[in-house]
Design a protein around this ligand. Sequence first.
Ligand code: TYM
Length: 332
Amino acid sequence: MSDKKLIFSGIQPTGTFTLGNYIGAIRNWGPLQDEYNCIYSIVDMHAITVRQDPIKLRQHTLEAYALLMACGVDPEKSIMFIQSHVKTHAELNWILACSTQFGELSRMTQFKDKSQRHPDDVNAGLFTYPVLMAADILVYNADLVPVGVDQKQHLELARNVAQRFNQKYGEFFTIPDAYIPKVGAKVMSLQDPAKKMSKSDENPNACILILDDKDTIVRKFKRAVTDSETEVCYREGKDGINNLMTIYSAVTNKSYEEIEKEFSGKGYGDFKLAVGEAVADHLKPVRDEFAKLIADKAYLKECYTKGAEKALRISQKTVTKAYRKVGFVDAR
Ligand code: TYM
């Protein structure tokens, strides 16, 4: 690897990616490949912190891998792998768990949310999830982590754990920085603009999936909740319209001012239709490319196998050194 800065990010294979995943995170991953060394992972080990159907998880993991490629991540330029194929993540997870406090994990809002949503399965994995996420990042000594706003707290924890380890055992881990996009770092639900867009939303109209067809996308935008005014403008209190403007801006590269001009004198109906069509057209190449990639399982396998080999080679060095740092006897 060259001496460019290193980027790591991951996404859970819990079904087709949402427009939130796309705008907040993965559409930025492709363009970063030229400027940085990039490592991207489908984090299947994180996914099992909530109950998964094993057959679907396997299918979703392969789909997620193909979908990342369809969104512009190139396995020749980046290292792209499936998390469970690279054992070093779990190994470093344990070491880091011993430098993480119960109290700090208890404060994680995502743990609180998820344990409320799945009260019958508040498992230890769900609680220690951020430690595995810290291991994903620190095992490559990543400098930057491109994520949406909802992952900021987890990243803060990874930084604290790295600092604590460094204090105990001497400088070792790079302290990673979050890399959060200026536009679209938090795409909101189309049905309740106070909530983030999420695939776990019970209302299917709340969330655009990036493989939804054009009619579905347009229909969901038409039903988007807005307000009782008529003017398309970005202003406090207009959460629904602000969200639609953010989405429109993200897929057309138009500024808020340009959007306000474009829709001045027009109603919300015209605006919602335009947003729906722009999103569907923007995602069409992704859907087409995905259809090709998912049909070629042999190629996908070749890519994720090579990706895992490269990721293991790099991360093994970190784990070997970390084992020495904490005082484990060399295995050979
Ligand atoms: P996950 O799989 O929930 O989401 C993947 C990425 O999508 C972003 N995102 C959003 N951005 C804007 N608006 C939204 N509505 C929205 N919903 C999701 C997330 O911020 C994320 O960047 N814990 C991580 C996965 C992970 C990871 C890592 C990430 C595991 N290890 C190491 C970075 C580094 C997660 O659950 O993301």
